[in-house]
Each structure stands twice: as C-alpha cells, then as structure tokens.
Design a protein around this ligand. Structure first.
Ligand SMILES: [Zn+2]
Length: 335
C-alpha cells in the first residue's frame, strides 16, 4: 500500500483496496456522469480505466462535465482524449485507455471484454439496453445511472436472479425527457455518480449488495427507494430462461435512412412510440423555433436543422445527409 490510498484502505480494508487496484472499469460515455465517475475511480486507485465516447468537447459541457476545460472546447478535443489527459494529471497509477467510437450493438462486446465493472455514462435508454444485454451476457456488473433536471436514478445490474434493466424498463420515468431539452444541474450528477461509484467499490471489494432502484430529486430533496426484487421477469429476453439478447441484434436498433436529394435523414425508433406532441411542443418552447403542431406531427427548427417529428416516434431531420448527425439530434430530443 502507498500512503496515497491510506484513508480509503482504513475504511475498506487491505483486501478491498487490493481488489480495486487489480480491477478494470469501463466507462461507457464521457459526459457528466462518465467524467465524474472516472475521476472518482481514478482517485480510488482503479488499476485500469477504459473511457469510451464518440463526441467532442463543447462550451455547453463545461457547466457539469468536470474533466474538461475551455481549452479542450476551443480545440474541439474528443471527450475520451480530453478525459485521458486530465485523468493522467490526477494519477499516474491508473492505466487509462481512451476510445473515440460509438457504443452500439456492433461494438459494445469488444469494448467490455475482460472488464471487472461497467459504468453507465450514456444519455439514452437505447444504448443502455444494448449495454445491459452485453453486461448480462458476459456476466459483468453494470451500474446504471441517469439524470435530468434535478432528478437522478441509480440501479446496480448484477444478474444472479435479480432484475436487469430490461425487466425494469416499465418502472422507469418517461424516456422522452433528455437533458438537452429539460436541462440538468450539476449537483444531481454528483449524487448519481456517487451512488454508482460507491456501489462499484462495494462490488469490487466483494461486499454483498442488494439491488434497489433509488431516485433523488436534489431540488425538492425527495429521496425514494424501491425494492424491485419481485420485478425479475423469468421471460425477460435479456436475463430470463431463454435469453436471446435482443439489443445485441441489428433488428432492434434505431434505423436511419438518407433521403436522396433532400438533404434529410429519416429516423425510425426500434419500437413505435406514442408521443404526446402537445406536451412536447410546450416543453420545447425555449429551444425549438417556429413550432407548428397538428394531430399527426410537430415541425420546428432546432439549431441549423428543421425537424419533423411524427406521433409514432419517427422523424425527418432536414439540413443534413449524415446519419450520425441526424441520430445525435434525435437522441438529444427524444432520448
Ligand atoms: Zn431482465
């Protein structure tokens, strides 16, 4: 032991500290949660940390994405690279592996192979369900975390006859609210990251943890715990008896098609949604311009793009013929 980890070792014991130092954490997404979680794990002495993100640093990230600086935003550094730079300044102990790529059904299994623990730093449920499938398939604990506004959620997916994220999906709040539309304050990020990391440390130091879904509204100071053990579904396609990991197959992904000659991309979610267009038009008043609503669709300008959003969740994004750009806008709006 070095004196660097003394205070932590006094609390979790020599073996627990050794386990953390011999572990490999994979951080999926390097936004607000991913950066907070990474910093805590690196300071705790994790042996190896892989951090994956497809995006680059922007000014609007700096309010809550704690590893990044104004210089990173000016240089438009990829988040994984900017995170690596800062994490190496914090500690030379951890081996940092940055990956600048998209996390999807095609890539996720390569990213997580050999990991001791998976940390959720994503911003949408579609990607979380992909990670959940991979985590159960490869039997690696996955610490789910999410936040929007002043509200946060945390849940440890540990397999072993306890519900996975897929089993709980109905219990989770509306997935059409994202921090790009409703905003987010940084204290709730810290709460969710703290829940994720403390449970990761417990798992890595071989403590038994009971899967409980926890939520906290840090503005209203409302904390709720939900014992979800009974929600384990024996027929769950991810963790049930005949699991087939549906989110690791290409059929259950958002489909995007470039509309030839129209500088537009059509997006179709994996399953039809039932959107409340009126509610969304009210919610988006401050970020969307020229909103036109009828019973079938919403039309509005969002940044440099014009978006047509249908009631069943399909969208046409005008102003780009890049699928990745259109998907990113869709995720920001719909989650
Ligand atoms: Zn399940």
């Amino acid at each position: 032991m070095t004196s660097r980890f003394l205070k932590q070792e006094l609390f979790i014991g020599k073996e627990g500290q050794r386990n953390i130092q011999n572990s490999h954490a994979v951080i999926l997404g390097a936004g607000a949660l991913g950066t907070a979680v990474s910093e805590m794990l690196v300071r705790a002495g994790i042996g190896k940390l892989t951090i994956i993100d497809r995006d680059y640093v922007e000014q609007s990230n700096l309010q809550r994405q704690q590893l990044y600086t104004e210089e990173d935003a000016e240089k438009k550094l990829p988040k994984a690279i900017a995170a690596e730079k800062r994490l190496k300044e914090i500690s030379s102990y951890t081996v940092i592996e940055p990956i600048v790529e998209d996390i999807n059904f095609h890539t996720v299994e390569n990213f997580i192979r050999g990991a001791s623990i998976l940390m959720d730093g994503t911003d949408n449920f579609e990607t979380r369900l992909v990670i959940n499938d991979a985590a159960i398939k490869h039997q690696i604990p996955f610490l789910f975390g999410a936040c929007v506004g002043s509200y946060g959620l945390s849940y440890p997916v540990i397999g072993e006859n306890t519900p996975c994220l897929h089993c709980l999906i109905e219990q989770l709040p509306s997935q059409q609210i994202t921090c790009d539309t409703a905003g987010v304050i940084s204290p709730i990020v810290q709460w969710v990251a703290a829940m994720q990391v403390s449970q990761a440390m417990q798992i890595l130091s071989d403590e038994t943890i009971i899967p409980v879904l926890r939520s906290f509204d840090i503005w209203k100071m409302e904390y709720v715990e939900m014992n979800v053990a009974k929600l384990r579904n024996d027929n769950c396609p991810t963790c049930g008896k005949e699991a087939n990991f549906p989110y690791l197959s290409s059929q259950n992904q958002t489909k995007a098609a470039v509309l030839c000659g129209r500088d537009a991309v059509h997006i179709r979610p994996p399953l039809p949604k039932e959107l409340d267009l009126y509610e969304l038009s009210q919610q988006w008043k401050s970020l969307a311009i020229n909103i036109i609503a009828n019973p079938y669709l919403l039309s509005f300008h969002y940044g440099d793009y014009r978006v047509i959003l249908f009631k069943d969740g399909r969208a046409i994004i005008h102003g780009t013929s890049e699928v990745s750009v259109a998907k990113s806008i869709y995720t920001k709006l719909i989650g």
